[in-house]
Design a protein around this ligand. Structure first.
Ligand code: URA
Length: 257
């Protein structure tokens, strides 16, 4: 083999090596449907957070058959009170970004520019997305611990398996880390596509594309006129554009044909 050929060989090996390194993951508890999962998790004692929020969980919202799933970190106070993700200030900014991306979701959203928290905006979002959190209990005045994120991950895996989305949008570092099972530097890794591995029934795992965005709460802390607000809207636009392009390439699959 001449020198040039020798140099080219490791490029192919690179992928083989990556496949070998796949982590061993498996389901713990399994649920047959989202209804069953929600019933089981209406209250939960699986980790220390059940003490902080008396086992009152904040369950997912949105369409069970949505092609795009949004995963946040953990519920805030308002979410805890209402039992629904993203209905507080972070949800307000998410609505704002969704209205800005109306051309990629539903043109009717354009009518709510300046009135982004109108109930109809929430309704259109719920018709188009499935929204959940990496941790479903309100942690009070602190962030959930790694142990708590881990305790909730099997529930998140079950939700992903059952919704089977075409794309997942992770909001914030902790959501991204829960999905990707590795540390994530979100301020440099936002707006990028990664793969999440979810345990499968037949295959050891199923891969889902994940687009990582910074968390809306971070944007609000930085300011709604900050560069992070602009980046959030750009990243959401990129995620939705990528989704549409992928669906166009997959063609008939998208329409069930
Ligand atoms: N922040 C989150 O990560 N999730 C919510 O549901 C609300 C705020």
């Amino acid at each position: 083999m001449d020198k040039a050929k020798k140099k080219a060989a490791p490029k192919m090996d690179k992928y083989k090596a990556k496949k070998k390194a796949a982590p061993k993951i498996g389901f713990g508890e399994r649920f047959g449907s989202l209804e069953e999962l929600k019933k089981e998790f209406r209250t939960c004692q699986r980790c220390t957070l059940s003490e902080e929020c008396a086992g009152r969980t904040t369950l997912a919202r949105g369409d069970h058959a949505a092609e795009i799933m949004i995963v946040g970190e953990s519920p805030g106070e308002e979410e805890f009170r209402e039992g629904t993700p993203f209905v507080g200030p972070s949800g307000g900014f998410l609505c704002y970004a969704m209205v800005a991306a109306h051309h990629l979701i539903d043109p009717a959203l354009a009518d709510y520019a300046g009135d982004e928290e109108h109930p109809e905006v929430h309704q259109i979002i719920d018709d188009n997305f499935y929204i959940t959190n990496a941790v479903m209990c309100y942690p009070g005045d602190r962030k959930p611990t790694t142990r708590e994120y881990r305790a909730c991950r099997n529930r998140l895996w079950n939700e992903i398996y059952l919704v089977d989305p075409k794309m997942i949008i992770a909001l914030g570092k902790q959501a991204a880390e829960s999905l990707l099972s590795r540390p994530v530097a979100i301020t440099t890794e936002h707006g990028k596509m990664f793969k999440a591995r979810i345990p499968g029934l037949v295959r050891p795992y199923i891969e889902y594309p994940v687009m990582t965005l910074v968390h809306p709460a971070f944007v609000l802390r930085e300011g709604e006129e900050s560069k992070w607000a602009v980046r959030f809207v750009q990243d959401l636009d990129l995620a939705l554009t990528t989704y549409h392009k992928t669906m166009e390439i997959l063609g008939g699959d998208h329409d069930g044909g």
